[in-house]
Design a protein around this ligand. Structure first.
Ligand code: PLP
Length: 392
């Protein structure tokens, strides 16, 4: 059975070009980038090249890029790196747990945290942020695009408010990477971002790679203590092959965003969405009224347990996710969807479909064949659905 993979917000496959770029750095050029000899210098040159590629993607200086082990580390570094007891931080209720759990930990160390709510579309309204600012607000951290709904935050306005309040602004751009242009230059939408998180495995690079962009004037305390790697901001021997892969993936993303690829991807996502809504009743799109990244749709199927539907679809060769993949195994409804005001029942009836540039129209058509039957099968077992259909 040929599988259809629509879980690209959980992780993307490694592109063959990325793998080929990395291969020599495992087998031949295995030097430590801190070594003085030739093999060390080769590794250093490769790390520098990758740093330049990321800098071109973000329109920043190479020295502002800090390589990390991924999105979780970058988010933690941004928060722990600038906050101290007595500081106030603002974040939102729909952040990834890499931010929310780091914030909880900071609370236990004397940092005051405000979790601002979102509206029914999953958007942080600028006035809500403005009202939450305090004289001691040191950091505002709001994600760029949400991993579950794809909703894009009004990042420019939010960051401007943070700066007007003399606070630093960090954005978790893990789900925006490779989907939206990321421009931290004075002309870019992210011109007020002081720090920005990216994760490699969401943009066709290997797992365990990522970066934190740190604007030149931001003083960041390292979380790890050891060598003076990454300009004293992240100690530890560089993951040279991973960094090379991340650099290559960044180059490919930068090129792809300039093509008609994003528009084609949005058209495929819309075809999937409209096909589902027209063929299956009592369904709806979460964050439908918000700007969204082109690859993501979060859809509720009332009278169905998403977990049961996910398993049924898996058996038919389709990989999707219910809410956030990082939470699989937990029975709690998604904190993102409940923060938007969805009932726990509707949140538990939601599936996330996340496409990529590798998704084809034939795959979407196949999903539209598989899905209605799977939903109908589960609804036939649901007492609430039967009641509803009788009353219609
Ligand atoms: C929005 C967001 N932030 C952070 C992360 C964590 O990134 P990583 O898996 O690289 O640690 C994820 C992963 O799903 C994410 O979606």
């Amino acid at each position: 059975m040929q599988r259809i993979y629509l879980d690209n917000n959980a992780t993307t496959p490694l592109l063959p070009e990325v793998f080929e770029a990395m291969r020599p750095f495992y087998l031949e050029h295995y030097g430590n980038a801190s070594s003085i000899h030739q093999q060390g210098q080769q590794a250093r040159a490769a790390v520098d090249h990758a740093r330049e590629s990321i800098a071109r993607m973000l329109h920043c200086r190479a020295a502002e890029v800090v390589f990390t082990s991924g999105g979780t580390e970058s988010d933690n570094l941004a928060l722990f790196g600038v906050l101290a007891p007595g500081d106030h931080m603002i974040t939102s209720t729909i952040e990834h747990h890499a931010i929310l759990h780091a914030a909880h930990s900071l609370e236990s160390r004397g940092v005051e945290v405000t979790y601002v709510p979102v509206n029914a579309q999953g958007i942080v309204e600028p006035e809500t942020l403005l009202a939450a600012l305090k004289p001691n607000t040191r950091l505002v951290s709001i994600m760029y695009a949400n991993n579950e709904t794809g909703a894009i935050q009004p990042i420019d306005a939010l960051a401007a408010i943070a700066h007007a309040g003399d606070a630093l602004f960090h954005t978790d751009a893990v789900q925006a990477g490779g989907k939206l242009p990321l421009d931290v230059s004075p002309h870019g939408i992210l011109k007020h971002a002081d720090m920005l998180t990216l994760s490699g495995h969401k943009i066709f690079a290997p797992k365990g790679t990522g970066i934190l962009y740190v604007r030149r004037n931001v003083r960041l305390s390292p979380m790890f203590h050891g060598g003076s790697h990454e300009r004293q901001r992240r100690a530890g021997t560089e993951n040279v092959p991973g960094i090379v892969g991340l650099g290559k993936a960044a180059e490919l993303c930068t090129e792809w965003l300039k093509t008609d690829g994003p528009a084609k991807l949005a058209a495929l996502r819309d075809r999937l969405e409209q096909g589902i809504l027209s063929q299956i009743d009592e369904t709806g799109v979460n964050s439908a009224g918000a700007p969204r990244v082109a690859n993501t749709t979060s859809i509720y199927f009332d009278h169905v347990e998403a977990e049961a539907l996910l398993i049924a679809l898996d058996l038919k060769g389709l990989s999707v996710s219910g809410g956030s993949a990082c939470q699989s195994g937990a029975s709690e409804p998604s904190h993102v969807l409940t923060a938007m005001g969805l009932s726990a029942t509707r949140a538990r009836a939601t599936l996330r479909f996340s496409l990529s540039k590798l998704t084809t129209a034939a795959e979407i058509d196949e999903v539209l064949k598989i899905l209605p039957a799977a939903v109908a099968h589960l609804r036939a077992l649901s007492p609430t659905y039967k009641k509803t259909t009788v009353s219609v």
